[in-house]
Write a protein that binds this ligand. Structure first.
Ligand SMILES: NC(=O)c1ccc[n+]([C@@H]2O[C@H](COP(=O)([O-])OP(=O)(O)OC[C@H]3O[C@@H](n4cnc5c(N)ncnc54)[C@H](OP(=O)(O)O)[C@@H]3O)[C@@H](O)[C@H]2O)c1
Length: 512
């Protein structure tokens, strides 16, 4: 979000430096930033982990990740060697104090070598149980005081429910200044997600109609084709509501529903988002079944391959009641959105990978065309494709060419791939650079996290305490359980399951 300036001299300490996130996302993102000259001239990356690894072995492991997941396709051995010269490895146990003493010495040494203050970025790429010992040790060793311009990055999951998120926030507040804490939701770093604000607030065209008077309903779908893969153990304790809705989907909802910020400062933008979360109607226990649907995938076929059901995945209980699909109907109770339903759905092993926001406008107030002209008529729809297709599609009505007046739906398309040659940065690139620059706009503030948990907490409480008797209730490779269709069909709508394809004007050139 920041303007084009490079960060000050920085040391990035990755707790879990030999873990999966560091290998697949963090080091490839840092290397890509390096190749694009976004890292400061004086920087160091220290991977901290329990494994017994030499510096050479560590570099080999990271290089493998960069080759697989990096954005830059053609990378010379020279560039990697130069970058790797800034990367070191330190074997230590997060829970023991000795390693932190060594880290303090290392940071002091950087300061002396670089002849300047060093900004310390402490990335907790670790399972949640390690956050407390690491935070306490950083505090005890005075490694992350505000005077040291330290930044602490916390990964999801941030808590397990409202109460545990508050507890975690209290711990972090006890150890660090709120301005030093960067809670990541990597969805917010995506170009297409940042573009929602540009689209809404840099154009005069849409904002006047962006309200209950013109918008009938909003749909947000974040679907995955993959199952739980190797994360069965984690997922058993999470489920789709905690893993996806509480964070990514509610953040997308905030971007669609927020009021225009007065300024693009971190707190102003986050204030407007938290207003939305506070306005979301909370359901009582007895209302949950009416507004929320859960599901779990059984075996099925995806792209011609037979895939297991959730209960057959490794580290998953054979009678698991964990939901791999969640759909909610929410309302934002304020002047702009009163009574406009927001339908959210997410799931694993669905028909295709798709993140899409569909804004369905209301029908025209009066239909002047003859009945035969409007047989295929549809109200306007705006589709924001977040991934894998990236772009915006506006559907509107046109006259089909011919001697008769027949209305047809046409599309106006903006595609990132067609419009821009360069691949956009990965979200971890954007977010890591923002942390180094101290810009918290795209990170979750304490009150945002807590307000988001408050929205899902009533549903969690009901779902955690009742095992659905009919699990698994959807076949892998379909769009989820039937009840999810019913949730939206009851209001006369259907889910949008397509983003940018079939984009040409319907029946283009066809005369009758
Ligand atoms: N991976 C992703 O794509 C992803 C995406 C989004 C969020 N996240 C979040 O990011 C965090 C890290 O995920 P991850 O997948 O990278 O986890 P991970 O692969 O388990 O990485 C953690 C690392 O810490 C090491 N470790 C364990 N105990 C230690 C100790 N006492 N002292 C020092 N090192 C220790 C582990 O070593 P061993 O392997 O030897 O135990 C492992 O290398 C989690 O909160 C996760 O939810 C991950």
């Amino acid at each position: 979000m920041q303007s084009a300036r490079r960060p000050d001299p920085t040391a990035i300490i990755i707790f879990g430096g030999s873990g999966d996130l560091a290998w697949r996302k963090l080091i490839p993102a840092l290397f890509d930033l390096y190749l694009d000259a976004w890292l400061p001239e004086q920087f160091a990356i220290i991977g901290v982990d329990i494994k017994d690894l030499s510096r050479t072995k560590y570099h080999e492991h990271l290089h493998d990740g960069v080759k697989k997941f990096g954005r830059h396709r053609k990378v010379t051995a020279k560039a990697w060697k130069e970058f790797a010269g800034h990367v070191s490895y330190r074997k230590m146990d997060f829970t023991e104090g000795g390693g932190y003493k060594d880290l303090t010495g290392q940071l002091t040494k950087f300061g002396e070598e670089w002849k300047t203050d060093v900004c310390g970025v402490f990335y907790m790429a670790v399972p949640p149980r390690f956050i407390e010992p690491i935070a306490r040790q950083l505090k005890a060793h005075k490694l992350a005081t505000p005077e040291k311009h330290a930044r602490i990055i916390i990964e999801k999951p941030f808590g397990h429910d409202f109460a545990s998120a508050c507890k975690l926030n209290n711990l972090l507040s006890d150890c660090f200044d709120e301005r030093s804490i960067f809670r990541i939701d990597h969805y917010l770093g995506k170009e297409t997600v940042q573009n929602i604000m540009a689209f809404r607030f840099a154009n005069a065209l849409f904002e006047p109609i962006w309200n209950r008077r013109y918008i009938d309903h909003v749909q947000i779908t974040v679907s995955e084709e993959v199952g739980v893969e190797h994360r069965g153990g984690y997922y058993e304790g999470a489920g789709a509501l905690r893993d996806m809705v509480q964070n990514h989907l509610l953040q997308l909802l905030c971007l669609v529903a927020m009021e225009p910020p007065v300024r693009f400062t971190a707190d102003e933008v986050r204030n407007r988002k938290v207003d939305v979360l506070h306005a979301i109607r909370h359901y009582r226990r007895d209302q949950v079944h009416e507004y929320a649907v859960r599901g779990q995938y059984g075996p099925g076929w995806i792209e011609g391959k037979k895939v297991k059901g959730y209960r057959e995945e490794s580290e998953v209980a054979r009678d698991s009641g964990t939901e791999t699909f969640a759909a909610l109907k929410l309302f934002v109770d304020n002047w702009r959105w009163q009574d406009v339903p927001f339908y959210l759905r997410t799931g694993k092993r669905l028909q295709e990978k798709l993140s899409v926001i569909a804004i369905q406008f209301r029908p025209v107030p009066h239909q002047a065309f003859p009945v035969e002209a409007v047989e295929d008529w549809q109200p306007n729809k705006l589709i924001i494709a977040v991934q894998p297709q990236k772009g915006i599609r506006l559907q509107f009505q046109v006259k089909r060419p011919g001697l008769k007046m027949i209305l047809n739906t046409a599309d106006m398309l903006f595609s990132y791939t067609d419009a821009y040659e360069h691949e956009p940065p990965e979200s971890y690139e954007t977010l890591l650079l923002d942390v180094m620059l101290g810009d918290a706009t795209l990170f979750m503030r304490r009150d945002q996290i807590e307000a988001a948990w408050k929205v899902v907490d009533p549903v969690l409480r009901v779902w955690d305490n009742t095992t659905p008797p009919d699990f698994p209730d959807y076949v892998a490779g379909r769009w989820g359980p039937e009840e999810a269709e019913a949730l939206i069909a009851r209001d006369g709508h259907s889910w949008v399951s397509m983003a940018m394809r079939e984009s040409k004007v319907a029946n283009d050139g066809k005369d009758d």
